[in-house]
Design a protein around this ligand. Structure first.
Ligand code: FMN
Length: 206
């Protein structure tokens, strides 16, 4: 076993509930050792048949970050995060590996399973960052084709998300509201809610 994660201050449930998307960062570097722990958490995510189709680019170069920021629409609330974060992780997925068996798509979902695996790795990394006192935000709303050019991403690989990462300057005080369980959990079939509307089965006080 590696030493990664030892001495961690937060239990995993607390970590999941207190993580917030952070869009404002301090002017403080993230060293490679810390970054490696975060990436290690991504590396240990589950994946289709352990295909591990994710790839990451660690972007530290200010001019590349500026070019990436230009691929976000003006209205994206995280536009400035891309240049202000000391590190931007570009999160990539290789095609035709996850969900594939002997070169053929194994399910009716075609070549979309890589998005799932890459999402799991991203969540592991954002939770690991949070448990180490860093903040991050996952970005999906940007011109991925332009960003792939900026980062020289080859054919056969998609840039799925960008993740600005750093020490938080401002953490949102409360979680954006979550749907109640009665709206999205069903009992036995997609008919009857698992809990009725007035039942409180949430762990988080709202
Ligand atoms: C796939 C995905 C794409 C997202 N894209 C953006 C984005 O482009 N810009 C942004 O500001 N936040 C983005 N977010 C962050 C969400 O807005 C945020 O997770 C959500 O509002 C819940 O807030 P929380 O992360 O603090 O719990 C994205 C999150 C996910 C999972």
């Amino acid at each position: 076993m590696s030493d990664v994660g030892k001495g961690k201050a937060m239990d995993s449930f607390e970590c999941m509930l207190t993580r917030r998307s952070v869009r404002k960062f301090k002017d403080q570097e993230v060293d490679n050792e810390t970054l490696q722990k975060i990436i290690e958490a991504g590396r240990y995510a589950p994946s289709w048949a352990n295909t591990q189709c994710w790839e990451f680019i660690v972007v530290r170069d200010p001019s590349l970050k500026e070019q990436l920021a230009q691929t976000l629409p003006e209205g994206n609330p995280a536009r400035k995060s891309v240049t202000r974060a000391p590190v931007v992780l570009a999160i990539l997925g290789q095609h035709e590996r996850s969900g594939f068996y002997k070169g053929q798509a194994a399910t009716n979902k075609g070549d979309t399973w890589f998005m799932y695996d890459v999402g799991l790795a991203s969540q592991n990394m954002s939770l690991a960052a949070h448990s180490l006192g860093l903040g991050s935000v996952i970005l999906g709303l940007f011109d991925a084709a332009k960003a792939e050019e900026v980062l020289s991403v080859p054919e056969g690989v998609s840039l799925v998300a960008l993740m600005p990462l750093g020490y938080p300057e401002k953490v949102p005080s409360a979680a954006p509201p979550r749907k109640p369980l009665c709206e999205f959990v069903f009992l036995n079939k997609y008919e009857k809610p698992w809990v009725e509307g007035d039942e409180k089965l949430c762990f988080v006080e709202e």
